[in-house]
Design a protein around this ligand. Structure first.
Ligand code: ADP
Ligand code: ASP
Ligand code: MG
Length: 439
């Protein structure tokens, strides 16, 4: 069994849906995870923003515009009037729900119900297209088998039990269609796995059915050596270890959601990133590769805040760092990078919800300074410390850029540097040229 996840652009038009239908009908047993059509989730977020501001008129205008897009897709996608009428009714019911929710007091429960509709509509469109073209498929409603627990983490046992039950009930069916991103929470409310979370759904499913492979089909031919939105000459990376992929995803390589690596790694399932627009391209294979002394790729994570605590009392004080970390633990705020000296420590965070509280508490320990709008540039590869020269190349590449922090040695897989937001593109470009000079 294979899991094939298609992102927003991959199912972003009637033409794309037809392309995906061909790819998934390959004679094998596949579970197909679909995202919302590109732009849909953003529009649903916009609708919710209007409703939070009690601007029902703008919310309804936006709902109408979105429905128009779906109506057009229906006409472009199907050839028989019966299918057009049937799907139009189903999609109209979804938009009826949106209008209904817009008319009443708006809560976060309604918001999550609205956000779920994009993925639900993608599966309606795909399933009906398969049916019209004579391909048998079974719709697996994600809300029946993906549940999160009180901490918001997926309830892996529930998923495994219920997904496998639904699959068994479908007999020897070969093709399953299901929604990414959405779930129920422990209260039984509709919820989601956070933006970009369809990749996570795919790997949770892969783990639950012990899939042979998890394929992430997107709009680019694999994980590239740097972020193609900022760097011109990048190339697809042929293979990555799970650890390397996890670092890249966590530090900003948008092509993979950071949470999606762990379920695959724990179950030893290869993850392949493939391009729906060029299915013959090799893409990137993520698996348990032994390290082989190369730098693979670079990613950048925005909106980083760095906090420095400086105190002469830190000198030889064995409990200073534990007191600093306790502050972050109290407010459940994870730290990304750390740099320490005998008299101070700098740490970075990306969640600033509790920044004031953190700073207030840290002021008891020393002088505190905060720099916002920073970017972590993370160079990933086989950077085990005996492999000489890589750190030097990275640092040399940014010699004319102010560097706020450098972190190396935490894992065998990355060197990270912290720069200002305005220096991000130049830093990425310089590092790309230094590490991959043939590009
Ligand atoms: P999908 O909708 O298929 O989930 P995403 O937009 O989430 O697709 O991810 C694909 C995009 O990720 C690419 O179009 C590309 O712009 C961006 N991206 C950022 N960093 C990288 C990288 N290192 N390699 C490939 N793509 C990247
Ligand atoms: N549709 C959701 C989003 O845009 C989930 C996903 O695409 O992975 O964030
Ligand atoms: Mg994505």
């Amino acid at each position: 069994m294979k899991v094939m996840k298609f992102g927003g652009t991959s199912v972003g038009s009637a033409e794309q849906i037809k392309k995906v239908a061909k790819l998934i009908n390959d004679g094998e047993r596949n579970i197909v995870v679909l995202s919302a059509m590109s732009g849909t989730t953003n529009t649903l977020v916009e609708i919710c923003d209007y409703l939070y501001k009690e601007n029902v008129v703008s919310a309804k205008e936006t709902i109408n515009m979105l429905q128009q897009k779906y109506v057009q897709t229906i006409y472009d996608l199907y050839s028989s009037q019966d299918t057009i009428d049937d799907v139009d009714n189903q999609i109209d019911a979804v938009f009826g729900l949106l209008r209904y929710l817009a008319d009443y007091d708006f809560t976060s429960v309604d918001e999550r119900e609205i956000l779920a509709q994009g993925e639900i509509m993608s599966t309606i469109l795909m399933n009906a297209y398969l049916k019209e073209t004579g391909v048998e498929s079974v719709l697996l409603p994600t809300l029946e088998y993906v549940r999160t627990d009180e901490d918001g983490d997926p309830d892996v046992d529930f998923i495994e039990e219920n997904l496998n039950r639904l699959i068994a009930e479908a007999g020897d069916a070969k093709l399953f269609i299901t929604q990414g991103y959405i779930c129920k929470n422990y209260l039984g409310e509709i919820d989601n796995l956070k933006r970009g979370g369809s990749d996570y759904t795919a790997s949770l499913i892969g783990a639950a059915v012990k899939a042979d492979e998890i394929q992430i089909w997107t709009d680019i031919d694999g994980m590239h050596s740097s972020d193609p939105r900022y760097v011109n000459s990048t190339h697809p990376v042929e293979s990555l270890s799970f650890e390397e992929a996890a670092e890249l995803a966590y530090f900003g390589a948008k092509v993979l959601h950071p949470t999606c690596i762990l379920p695959a790694k724990l179950n030893n399932i290869p993850v392949r990133i493939l391009n729906t627009m060029a299915p013959e391209a090799k893409g990137t294979l993520i698996y348990n590769f032994p390290p082989h002394k190369t730098v693979k790729a670079v990613a950048a994570k925005d909106n980083i805040t760095v906090i420095k605590v400086y105190s002469s009392r830190m000198f030889q004080a064995y409990d200073f760092l534990s007191q600093v970390f306790e502050v972050f633990e109290k407010v459940k705020t994870p730290i990304d990078l750390i740099a320490t000296s005998e008299v101070g420590v700098s740490v970075t965070i990306d969640n600033t919800t509790y920044l004031h509280e953190i700073v207030d508490r840290l002021m008891n320990l020393g002088k505190v300074t905060v720099d916002e709008d920073m970017v972590i540039i993370c160079v990933v590869g086989d950077l085990e410390w005996h492999n000489i020269g890589f750190e030097a190349k990275v640092v040399d590449a940014v010699r004319d850029i102010p560097v706020r922090m450098i972190s190396y040695g935490g894992s065998n897989y990355n060197v990270s540097i912290l720069v200002r937001k305005e220096d991000k593109v130049k830093a990425l470009d310089n590092i790309n040229k230094a590490l991959f000079p043939a590009e």
